[in-house]
Design a protein around this ligand. Sequence first.
Ligand SMILES: Nc1nc2c(c(=O)[nH]1)N[C@H]1C(S)=C(S)[C@@H](COP(=O)(O)OP(=O)(O)OC[C@H]3O[C@@H](n4cnc5c(N)ncnc54)[C@H](O)[C@@H]3O)O[C@H]1N2
Ligand code: MOO
Ligand SMILES: [Mg+2]
Length: 407
Amino acid sequence: MLSVRDAEATILNSIQPLDNQQDIEFVDLLMANNRILATPVTSSLDFPHWDNSAMDGYAVRYADVQQARADKPTVLEVVEEIPAGYQPQVTIKPGQAARIFTGAMMPAGADTVVMQEKTHRQENRVFVFLAPQPQEFVRHKGNFYQAGQELLPAGIPLTAAEIAVLAAAQREQVSVFRRPRVAILSSGNELVMPEQVLKPGQIVDSNQYALATLVRELGAEVLLLGIIKDDPTTLKEIIDYAIANADIVISTGGVSVGDYDYIDKILASLGGKIHFRSVQMRPGKPLTFATFPNSLYFGLPGNPVSALVTCWRFVQPAIKKIAGLSQGWESTFLKVKSQSELQSNGKMETYIHGKLHLVNGVYQFHKNQGNDSSGNLINLAQTNALAMLPMGKTLVYPGEEVFVLQI
Ligand SMILES: Nc1nc2c(c(=O)[nH]1)N[C@H]1C(S)=C(S)[C@@H](COP(=O)(O)OP(=O)(O)OC[C@H]3O[C@@H](n4cnc5c(N)ncnc54)[C@H](O)[C@@H]3O)O[C@H]1N2
Ligand code: MOO
Ligand SMILES: [Mg+2]
């Protein structure tokens, strides 16, 4: 049986990310939130676009004011007023200054700004009480960014800061990777939709809801294929359709050793390359991963906790990688103190669902209180982290440090 680490490596190594030529679309800037940039962005503008003032005050020639002191102020003639958005008309000559405001263009001749608080104004004269540093409070053209250099690299998610940068670079639209398409299906004769009256033996297909929600949160497009009976012919037809229409297919159920567990055989009969059928992990031991020429297949276990935990651990990084992110797709673990006692049989890498709390700025992990059977969906609610006990580790004492996967 494969270790979790090897299973993760197998999955990530078999992923061909979306193509930066074919798999792109152009979206308006305000619709680009959380999309992934497909093409590096450059700008033909310098930032700042021109020398400008960082303060409300006076634009001066440094040479004029370098001797200024509180008891011996320098007096300058104010020859122009320059608000932001105005192009200065006058060149500042020795003995002169311009009234200037934050963000306004520096006038020719001036090289330094004296902040208002260090001056006193009397009609067209300004008294400067303190010698500034040379070039103080001037934001120089091109100091933040020079035209033609890379402004944003491809493969990054677009959030508020990047979208502001794109707006400043006058991009109305941006080229992003299309959303990966993820097909989701649930297999099982016992499954019904939430609105149906339950007959004996039936349960609601909650996995479909869990997975669709998680996949959408990850920015992918969901193709919901619904509930499929444990009938090999129907299952094969639907899976064939799914692999032809999605980048990733996720099914739940039917991957263990029961008489109605058909998924692996169907994948093989459709020509899929089955990389593994189980992982040394609890929950989630029965887990099938297969590849087809244009899609990946995750056969997740049916138990609701196992389905979500394996999706967090394996499908989440796969979606991030396929989506075009240039880095940061792997699962990341934080080392935190566990407040609960955590147990494992030591034979499998064990994932225990719970919550990370911030206490005085430090994270603590608390195991969820209820029964932690992999069939108990109810105890999953409000989970935001999974504590991981490596193989061989049977007990974590309260107060002991543990690695936690933040989800
Ligand atoms: N003899 C063995 N039996 C089982 C083993 C084993 O190693 N040997 N492994 C157990 C483990 S661990 C798991 S996990 C499950 C995996 O089973 P399957 O993936 O084949 O899933 P099913 O048999 O179809 O269902 C299992 C369980 O989950 C419920 N389920 C299924 N689909 C959904 C859904 N969409 N929404 C909510 N709940 C669902 C289903 O009713 C079953 O209770 O196998 C163990 N058995
Ligand atoms: O591993 Mo199963 O996935 O424990 O219930
Ligand atoms: Mg089964």
